[in-house]
Each structure stands twice: as structure tokens, then as C-alpha cells.
Design a protein around this ligand. Structure first.
Ligand SMILES: NC(=O)c1ccc[n+]([C@@H]2O[C@H](COP(=O)([O-])OP(=O)(O)OC[C@H]3O[C@@H](n4cnc5c(N)ncnc54)[C@H](OP(=O)(O)O)[C@@H]3O)[C@@H](O)[C@H]2O)c1
Length: 343
């Protein structure tokens, strides 16, 4: 994370005018506050299938327009960029429609269900000349950037094993979109995508061959989606990634990289929240703990995206990264014998 993020500075450029498609929890809780706090953007409108929900948001955010349909919001000429926190199965359709309406698009992870979808989303964005980025906010946290720098500098030697996990328990919430087949739920799509992404940034490339992935999923009786994914990925030259995700285990997350000289541990790699975080490096008897102040990585993400809209720079999170991520999700599911996409 170098110049692409740091080099773009606040200027006298007009603020990026944001629209949000849906009153999704993640928007209300994290991304709308991030837009409103950002140095280069402001919320202009929100659309919901339920106008009353949109109006409630508008009431809380003075000056914000409420729309009763996503389509109507896309027709608003005062909107430069949209944030899309829709269920996974709707990302491609609405990102493409937004691009065709001339809006820049920040779309929630996972960007598409398949690499083909992601490719079509970027084709639409390129054709319209707009910016598209997968909203993987964890990549904008300074702890991840620092960990990547330490690994690249050889602090733990050559990385050999990346292990990461993100699990939580959703069983008391059967109506959640994450448990819906038609909406493309599943633990890998929802939380496993983080440790999978982490393994790739450690090794700087996709797995050696997508056919070399080994994986298992658990699909309890009556469940529309997998509720647990466990995978081993071969990055070549003895470099292995291992990750798991679950909807049926007590909340937990970690990421660890073992090199041929030492190890690096990130206890809260993906959703550190508004708390201090720490990255620990152990090399022989030497232990270094680097503490990071609380930071809003959603705001850092929004500001970076706004910088790209204003400057025309390419985003830090690239098309190649999003396409590889989606192709690897497909490979993990294929290795586990899980039909994907569910349709
Ligand atoms: N980056 C992160 O930290 C993070 C965290 C959580 C989730 N996410 C991602 O954000 C997306 C949304 O997650 P969420 O937990 O915020 O979801 P959510 O609260 O369930 O919101 C999804 C919204 O989508 C709209 N929608 C449109 N068609 C729908 C349908 N057929 N069924 C249900 N909802 C429909 C609804 O908004 P209206 O009724 O208002 O139109 C609904 O409120 C997912 O892609 C998820 O992976 C990212």
C-alpha cells in the first residue's frame, strides 16, 4: 500500500457525492458514517426497496435524499459514486447497472460470485470510464500494511505457511442473507473470503494451480448453503496457505505467517474494530510487538476510493486481485464438490 493510497492528497476538488444502494446493516453501521466523516466525500442519497427505511436514514442525515428504488437513485445526476452493500448474488447486476449509469462503484466483498462475473463488472466499468473497487476494508488497516512490509523485508525469512481463520455463530439468525442459497450466502463468501485474500497477499500470487486446491465444506441437513469451509492451497516452492471459515463456531479470527526464520501473528486481522491492535513477530528468542492505534479502516477505504475518483488513479485493490479472488473461491468450492454458483 504505497503511493496509490498515500500519494493522493486532499485538494480543492469538489467532494465526491455518494449514493448508497439499500439500507444494509454494514452501510448503516460502518460505511455511511465513514462517508460522512471522510475528507473527500459526502452522502447525497440512499435507496431502499422500502421507502420508509430510506426516509429514516435521510432524516438522520440532513440533506440526504431518499429513493424507493435503486434504479431511481442511479438516475440522479447529482451522484458521482455508489456504494453497493447488497446481498452477494446482486452485486454484479447492480454494479454493472451503476457503471452504465455513469457512477463510480465501490461494491462490497465478495465482488462477484465467479471470475466471469467480476470480469463482466470490470468490462462495464471500463466501458463507462468509471472506477470499480471491491470493498475489502481490512486491506486499508495500517496493521496489514505493516505486516506486509515486514514479510517483504524478510523479517521472518521466506514465508512458507500462511494460516488464517474467520468464524462466528449465526445459528440464531435463520433469516440472515448469509444463509440464503439464491442470495449467494455461505461461510466462504461471507467471512472465508478474508483469510483466503490474506493467504494471497502473503505469497503475492494465486495458488500454483487452481486444481491443486484441497477443500471440504460442511452443509448441515436442511441448509441452503455451506456453513463451514476448510481449505489447503499450494502456492508452489513449498509455500502453503490454510484457512477456514464457519457460521457455527464461537466468534474468532487470526492470521499467522510462518517463515523459515520466524513467525508473524495478527490476532485481529480482519475486523479489529475501534480498538488498539497488535502485530507480533517472533524470531528465535526475539519478540517484537507493534501496537496500532484504533483507526476507521472503512473511512480509509472510502477516502482512497474518493481520491481515485477525483484523480483518475487506479485503486490499490485491483481488477486482477478481485478476479483471482473469485477464481479461487470457485476452485475451493469445486475441490470440495460443492455446486457453485448455487443459482
Ligand atoms: N466489509 C464489511 O465489513 C462487511 C460486513 C458485513 C457485510 N458485508 C457485505 O455487505 C453486503 C451486505 O451485508 P449486510 O450484512 O449489511 O446485509 P443486510 O443487512 O441483510 O442488507 C442487505 C440489504 O440488501 C437489500 N436487498 C435487496 N434485495 C434483497 C433481497 N432479495 N433480500 C434481502 N435483502 C435485499 C436490502 O435493503 P433494502 O430493503 O433497504 O433495499 C437489505 O437491507 C454483503 O455482500 C456482505 O458480504 C461487508
Amino acid at each position: 500500500m504505497t503511493d496509490a493510497i498515500e500519494g493522493a492528497v486532499a485538494t480543492e476538488r469538489p467532494l465526491v457525492r455518494w449514493g448508497v444502494l439499500s439500507a444494509a446493516n454494514i452501510g448503516l453501521k460502518a460505511v455511511i458514517p465513514a462517508i460522512q466523516a471522510s475528507r473527500n466525500g459526502r452522502l447525497v442519497a440512499l435507496a431502499s426497496r422500502d421507502l420508509a427505511r430510506a426516509e429514516r436514514v435521510a432524516l438522520a442525515e440532513p440533506g440526504v435524499r431518499a429513493y424507493a428504488s435503486y434504479e431511481a437513485l442511479l438516475g440522479d445526476p447529482d451522484i458521482d459514486a455508489v456504494y453497493i452493500p447488497l446481498p452477494n448474488a446482486l452485486h454484479a447486476e447492480w454494479a454493472i447497472r451503476a457503471a452504465q449509469a455513469g457512477k463510480h462503484v465501490l461494491c462490497e466483498k465478495p465482488l462477484g460470485m465467479t471470475a466471469d462475473e467480476v470480469t463482466r463488472m470490470y468490462a462495464a466499468a471500463d466501458q463507462a470510464g468509471v472506477v470499480l473497487m471491491e470493498a475489502f476494508m481490512y486491506r486499508f488497516h495500517p496493521q496489514i500494511r505493516w505486516a506486509q512490509e515486514q514479510i517483504a523485508a524478510g523479517r521472518i525469512g521466506a514465508p512458507r505457511v500462511a494460516r488464517a481463520s474467520f468464524v462466528f455463530d449465526i445459528r440464531r439468525n435463520p433469516e440472515n442473507i448469509r444463509l440464503s442459497g439464491p442470495l449467494a450466502g455461505g461461510s466462504l463468501m461471507d467471512v472465508g473470503c478474508y483469510p483466503l485474500s490474506f493467504c494471497r497477499i502473503v505469497f503475492g500470487a494465486p495458488p500454483l494451480a487452481l486444481q491443486s486446491v484441497a477443500a471440504r465444506v460442511t452443509v448441515p441437513d436442511g441448509s441452503e448453503v455451506e456453513r463451514g469451509t476448510y481449505a489447503i492451497l499450494d502456492y508452489g516452492a513449498g509455500r502453503i496457505g490454510m484457512f477456514d471459515s464457519s457460521f457455527e463456531l464461537p466468534w474468532g479470527q487470526f492470521a499467522e505467517v510462518v517463515g523459515d526464520k520466524g513467525r508473524l501473528l495478527i490476532p485481529r486481522p480482519f475486523t479489529p474494530g475501534r480498538a488498539e491492535t497488535v502485530v507480533r513477530i517472533e524470531v528465535g528468542d526475539e519478540v517484537v510487538e507493534r501496537h496500532f492505534d484504533a483507526v476507521d479502516h472503512y473511512q480509509l477505504q472510502v477516502e482512497h476510493f474518493g481520491d481515485c475518483v477525483q484523480s483518475g488513479e487506479r485503486p490499490y485493490l485491483t481488477q486482477d486481485d478481485a478476479t483471482t479472488q473469485a477464481a479461487t473461491i470457485e476452485a475451493v468450492y469445486a475441490a470440495a464438490g460443492y455446486r457453485w454458483p448455487l443459482g
